[in-house]
Design a protein around this ligand. Structure first.
Ligand code: AHM
Ligand code: MG
Length: 337
């Protein structure tokens, strides 16, 4: 069948046929997620038209102002996912504690972690935003309510991770540990159609993405690395291009396709960086590693090996094309402090 008629549902079902022991639960979860994505996409697209913009006046648990679309997306994810019978527990960047499955619903064997609308401070300016998700198998006993320990598993235990970017098109990208695949939402059919099969991130990067406004707070090795990227040499090495949207999903999506490195470092102001291990760094690390890239914390660890200690823990991240991450690792480890 040609790519143009391969819906995400069909693709997931066909992938599942290759695994004789599969129960279909993971496929059902992914289908539910793609439905939530369609609804959020519709709301994001009409954000400029309806009176949904502006602050609600509420603050989220990190003390940041929350916009209505964040709340809408969070509630949409919860309501789309809590009754399918496949989940034991959930956690969201927008909720302080774990999200229990209501007692009236069946408990399943999976755990869902998500950032319902990442980059939402960009919405008023019509800049791309995204939803990020991560799925684990529960470690608590079947049939009992899921626990916080189910949510605090290291990233290498993920069974599925993905994101939806609401940009010039809406694209859903996911991995189930068998490559990275992208599906573009056809607004006429309301279906996600296979558009990017088995995505591999170019080994060499051409792009770097970092908030350079924080330069003065960076560690010396990082300053040297960025200066190195901006420089050329007489052996034909060209400077990198700087691209920074300020929406992790959009920045990572572009770098995944074109080759690049995305960095949100620890610095003098943010000792653990800004991005959250469970909702942002782990799912992106799983995807990028599946696409042939790397993701590290700059402290000698792979992101996927970190053992989470709390739901909203932040970690520094250096993620993208393999050669670029190898290089930044070298600069940082050799720095004089
Ligand atoms: P959010 O979860 O509050 O939306 O913040 C996460 C976003 C990421 O999408 C993006 O990479 C980062 O914040 C940008 O931060 P900064 O403005 O400090 O560069
Ligand atoms: Mg976020």
């Amino acid at each position: 069948m040609s790519n143009s008629f391969m819906t995400i549902q069909r693709f997931i079902l066909e992938a599942e046929k290759k695994h004789p022991k599969a129960t279909g639960e993971l496929s059902a979860l992914l289908s539910d997620l793609s439905l939530a994505a369609k609804v959020i996409s519709l709301e994001v697209n009409k954000a400029g038209l309806v009176d949904i913009l502006g602050y609600t006046g509420d603050h989220n648990i990190h003390g940041e102002k929350v916009k209505k679309l964040d709340i809408f997306s969070n509630e949409m994810m919860i309501h789309a996912m809590n009754h399918g019978g496949h989940l034991a527990v959930m956690a969201s960047e927008e909720e302080e504690g774990i999200i229990r499955i209501p007692e009236r619903h069946h408990l399943g064997k999976y755990v869902l972690l998500f950032d319902p609308l990442d980059g939402s401070s960009n919405i008023d300016a019509n800049v791309s935003v995204g939803t990020i998700f991560s799925i684990y198998k529960r470690i608590s006993p079947d049939g009992t309510p899921g626990t916080i320990s189910d949510c605090l598993q290291p990233g290498h235990m993920q069974v599925v991770a993905g994101y939806i970017v609401y940009g010039s098109s809406t694209i859903m990208v996911y991995t189930a540990g068998d490559g990275v695949h992208g599906f573009t939402l056809d607004p006429a059919f309301g279906e996600f159609l296979l558009s990017h099969k088995d995505i591999k991130i170019p080994t060499k990067a051409k792009i770097y993405s970092i908030n350079e406004g924080n330069y003065k707070y960076w560690r010396p090795g990082l300053k040297k690395y960025i200066k190195y990227l901006q420089d050329a040499d007489d052996r034909g090495r060209e400077p990198y291009s700087a691209r920074y949207i300020g929406s992790m999903v959009a920045d990572i999506h572009r770098n995944l396709l074109y080759g690049g490195i995305f960095i949100y470092p620890d610095d003098r102001r943010n000792p653990n960086g800004k991005l959250r291990l469970l909702y942002e760094c782990n799912p992106m690390a799983f995807l990028i590693e599946q696409a042939g890239g790397r993701a590290i914390d700059g402290r000698g660890n792979k992101i996927l090996d970190l053992k989470p200690t709390s739901l909203h823990q932040r970690v520094p991240i250096y993620i993208g094309s393999k050669e670029a991450v190898d290089m930044v690792e070298k600069f940082i480890s050799e720095e004089e402090i």
